[in-house]
Design a protein around this ligand. Structure first.
Ligand code: CA
Ligand code: CA
Ligand code: CA
Ligand code: CA
Length: 351
């Protein structure tokens, strides 16, 4: 082995040992609000089984089935809040996942996900009475990352009681390949399988309401590519259905969503709001008036400073959730309502 390879191996060994893991649980869990993870972020996947399918891409179970495919009624043991009522110790017409043997392994697909999740959790919802429940997690090499063993779990009911339900999870920055839940006897039921999406599949999520412009068109925002804290290109925010040849601005904020009345429409961003200025909708040449206008900005280029302006430092911080909304002039409305507004777009800054 030459010294370069030796050095590389040493670096890899150090990199692995530097990735400490954190185990979560067992903690009571009645709704997504009880998760230690920010499940409202587009960077997280949450499988509640409430569409009666196990269809979250990138994860599969070693055994078992969606509970309603075999059972009906109150024997189905979902997370309490999935019926919209938290704290009634039941979930009517809800669903979960059932393994008839007391062990289930949930494996993440590194190829489908573009990487392995760094945070994973699951909610144990039923099994036998006073059993021992074990949660384990493994890395990409099948190395055990940690074990949580809990004796005397499970109430005396095999119906959908929720006071016994417990969250288990793990955080490991080098990625989690699989988790395993085991009951010391009997079948096993779980719900709210959740994980942080690798950057490759974190979607940009449209939200809020666009303002109808004076030509009767509804401007619409969208994102393409991956928002990056380090790349200098590759994430484009665009808007279509705008009036042609009008000045425009992209507004953005890290303060969360809003729906505030604004110039006859809705401002979708909480303040403080920053901007990307000096855009123009282009489209059909004047003097024609139509909705051929388009606005587009590569936010990675803006972040990197290559488009000028004053990019917010948080655009270079991985994990930041950012909202954006286009504003453009609309001379067809009297001031101060002479504006066009798209809906909002929420995205997460990746590495
Ligand atoms: Ca459920
Ligand atoms: Ca309920
Ligand atoms: Ca239960
Ligand atoms: Ca029970």
């Amino acid at each position: 082995m030459n010294s370069q390879v030796t050095g590389l191996c040493l670096f890899l060994a150090l990199a692995t040992s530097a990735s400490a893991q954190t185990l979560f649980g067992p903690t009571p869990y009645l709704s997504a609000a009880d998760s230690p993870f920010p499940l409202g972020s587009p960077a997280y996947a949450l499988e509640t089984f409430e569409d009666h399918l196990f269809n979250q891409p990138g994860v599969s179970a070693s055994t078992g089935y969606v509970t309603s495919t075999t059972f009906t009624g109150s024997i189905i043991d979902s997370v309490d809040g999935d019926d919209g009522i938290v704290g009634n110790d039941a979930c009517s017409n809800c669903d979960s996942f059932f393994s008839p043997v007391g062990a289930v392994v949930l494996t993440f697909d590194e190829v489908a996900l573009g990487g392995l999740p760094k945070r994973v959790g699951v909610v144990w919802t039923d099994g036998g009475s006073s059993i021992t429940v074990t949660f384990k997690a493994f890395d990409v090499s099948d190395t055990l990352l940690g074990t949580v063993t809990v004796p005397n779990m499970g109430d005396a009911s095999n119906h959908g009681t929720t006071g016994e339900d417990r969250f288990f999870g793990i955080e490991f920055s080098a990625g989690i390949k699989k988790i395993e839940l085991t009951n010391s006897s009997g079948g096993l039921e779980f719900d709210h399988l959740q994980f942080e999406l690798p950057c490759a599949v974190v979607p940009s999520v449209p939200y809020c309401t666009a303002k109808l412009n004076s030509l009767g068109c509804t401007p619409s925002i969208g994102g393409a590519g991956t928002p990056s804290a380090s790349a200098s290109s590759g994430f484009t925010i665009s808007a279509v259905n705008l009036r042609n040849r009008k000045p425009g601005i992209l507004l953005y904020s890290n303060a969360g969503r809003a729906a505030t009345p604004f110039t006859g429409g809705t401002l979708c961003l909480a303040g403080p709001i920053k901007r990307v200025q000096d855009l123009n909708t282009g489209g059909t040449p004047s003097p024609a008036n139509d909705c051929s206008g388009v606005l587009s900005v590569d936010m990675n280029a803006f972040r990197a400073g290559t488009l000028g302006g004053n990019p917010a430092p948080y655009l270079s911080t991985p994990g930041t959730v950012v909202g954006a909304q286009y504003w453009a002039r609309d001379p067809g409305f009297p001031a101060p309502n002479n504006t066009q507004l798209t809906n909002g777009l929420e995205f997460v800054i990746c590495q």
